[in-house]
Design a protein. Structure first.
Length: 417
C-alpha cells in the first residue's frame, strides 16, 4: 500500500465549504487505496488574527504564550476535517503536534524539529484510518507547545513524510505549482514542471513563499519526493527533484524577492581577528537571522560591516548592534529598513559565466542602484531600495527569457566574460 502525506494550506481550508472540498479529495485518494496522513494549516488569516489579538494585550507578549495561542488555529482545522471525513464514512483521527510527538527544541516561534515518534500514526494507518495532523506545531522536551515559524506546516508535512518514509509528500496550495517568479508582479511568469531541491532551497530562502525553507531542507536531507500542486484544480504541479542534470537545466530557473528586508552597517570597527565573531555571535545568540554580509576594509586599520536582517527583526538587531558597537569602540551604527532583496537562481549558473554581468547591466539600464550583492554557486542576490522591486523583477524576468520555455540555444546564448 502506498503511503502519502498531503498538506493543505490556509486558503485550501479557509472555510467549511473548502474543508468539505479537501475531504472529497482525501476521500478519493483513500478510496484509491492510498494510506494517508493529512497535515493542515490554520484557516487563512487565522494565525494573523491571533497574533493581532495578542498584540492588543501586549506587543511584547512572551513567545511561550504566543505559541500556546497561535497553535490553536491548526487544532480547529484538523478537527473539522476529521469530522468531514467521518461524515463520508472514512475512519479518521486528528492529532496535535504534541500528540504525534513532534519533538522540537525550545526556541519558541521558530522551533526546529528534532524527532518524530511516528508509532502512533503507523498504528492508525495500519487500521485503515486517515490520520490528520496539525501543522506548524510541536512540543519541546518539557511539554511546552512550540511552533515552527510562519509557513511551518510545510515543514511538518515533509518531516512526517520523512519519518514515515512516505512515497510522496504533496503540498496542496492556492497556486498550481512553483513559478519562475511571482505572477502578481510578472503576469508572464511560467509554472515550472520541475526544479531541483537546491534551486528550490535558494528560491525559498530568498523569499519565494510557496514553501517554507525548512521544509525544502528536510526534503533534501531525507530525499523526500515533494510536489507542489493546486487544491483548486487538477494538474501535475511542480516536482522538486533530487537528481540534477546540468545539461537540461536552464541558465536561470527563477527569481525570488523579499520586500521585508533591512540593512545595518557598523562603521569603524578595529580590523583584527575575532571582530566578526564578536559582532555576529551575539546576534546569532539572539536568534536573529542574518543574511548578506559585506565587509570593507578601510586604509586606517578599521573595517565597516554591512548585513541584512528581516525587517521585523530590524529594531531588535539595531539595538543589539549599538550595544556591540559600544563594546568594540566602533564609530557608528547606521541602518535602513526600506530594503528589498532580489535573487536569480539556477543550477545552470555553475557552468556558465556572464550571468552576474547580465544581471547588473539589466538593472543599470533601468537606473536601479544596487546596494548589496551576494552570490552562491547557483544564486546571485542583490539588495535595492524597495521602491525598485517590481521594476527590477520584471526587467530581470525579461532579460533572462523566463517567460519562454528554456532551450539549449539560450544556454549557449549566455555571454561569456
Ligand atoms: N498557520 C501558520 C501560518 O500562518 C502555519 C502555516 O500556515 O503553515 O504561518
Ligand atoms: Mg504556506
Amino acid at each position: 500500500m502506498v503511503l502519502v502525506v498531503e498538506k493543505y494550506g490556509g486558503t485550501s481550508v479557509g472555510s467549511v465549504e473548502r474543508i468539505n472540498a479537501v475531504a472529497e479529495r482525501v476521500a478519493a485518494s483513500h478510496q484509491k487505496g492510498e494510506r494517508l496522513v493529512v497535515v493542515l494549516s490554520a484557516m487563512s488569516g487565522e494565525t494573523n488574527r491571533l497574533i493581532a489579538l495578542a498584540n492588543e494585550i501586549d506587543p511584547q507578549a512572551s513567545s511561550r504564550e504566543m505559541d500556546v495561542l497561535v497553535s490553536t488555529g491548526e487544532q480547529v482545522t484538523i478537527a473539522l476535517l476529521a469530522m468531514a471525513l467521518q461524515k463520508r464514512g472514512i475512519e479518521a483521527r486528528s492529532y496535535t503536534g504534541g500528540q504525534v510527538q513532534i519533538l522540537t527544541d525550545s526556541v519558541h516561534s521558530k522551533a526546529r524539529i528534532l524527532d518524530i515518534d511516528a508509532a502512533r500514526v503507523r498504528k492508525d494507518l495500519e487500521q485503515g484510518r486517515v490520520v490528520v495532523v496539525a501543522g506548524f506545531q510541536g512540543v519541546d522536551k518539557d511539554g511546552n507547545i512550540t511552533t515552527l515559524g510562519r509557513g511551518g506546516s510545510d515543514t511538518t508535512a515533509v518531516a512526517m513524510a520523512a519519518a514515515l518514509q512516505a512515497e510522496e509528500c504533496r503540498i496542496f496550495t492556492d497556486v498550481d505549482g512553483v513559478y519562475t517568479t511571482d505572477p502578481r508582479i510578472v503576469p508572464e511568469a511560467r509554472r515550472l514542471d520541475r526544479i531541483t531541491v537546491e534551486e528550490m532551497l535558494e528560491l525559498a530562502s530568498q523569499g519565494a513563499k510557496v514553501l517554507q525553507t525548512r521544509s525544502v531542507e528536510f526534503a533534501g536531507k531525507y530525499r523526500v519526493p515533494l510536489r507542489v500542486l493546486s487544491s483548486f484544480e487538477d494538474g501535475p504541479g511542480t516536482l522538486i527533484t533530487h537528481e540534477v542534470s546540468d545539461m537540461e537545466q536552464p541558465l536561470i530557473s527563477g527569481i525570488a524577492y523579499n520586500r521585508d528586508e533591512a540593512k545595518l552597517t557598523i562603521r569603524g570597527v578595529p580590523d583584527q581577528p575575532g571582530v566578526a565573531s564578536q559582532i555576529f555571535g551575539p546576534l546569532s545568540d539572539a536568534h536573529l537571522n542574518i543574511d548578506m554580509i559585506i565587509q570593507n576594509v578601510a586604509q586606517d586599520g578599521t573595517t565597516d560591516l554591512t548585513f541584512t536582517v528581516n525587517r521585523g527583526e530590524y529594531p531588535q538587531a539595531k539595538k543589539l548592534l549599538v550595544e556591540i558597537a559600544g563594546q568594540l569602540n566602533a564609530r557608528e551604527v547606521v541602518g535602513d529598513d526600506t530594503l528589498a532583496k532580489i535573487a536569480i537562481v539556477g543550477v545552470g549558473m555553475r557552468s556558465h559565466s556572464g550571468v552576474a554581468a547580465k544581471m547588473f547591466s539589466t538593472l543599470a539600464a533601468e537606473g536601479i542602484n544596487i546596494e548589496l550583492i551576494s552570490t552562491s554557486e547557483i544564486k546571485i542576490s542583490i539588495g535595492v531600495n524597495d521602491k525598485y522591486l517590481e521594476l527590477a523583477v520584471r526587467a530581470l524576468h525579461k532579460a533572462f527569457d523566463l517567460q519562454e520555455k528554456a532551450t539549449e540555444e539560450r544556454l549557449e546564448g549566455a555571454k561569456d566574460d
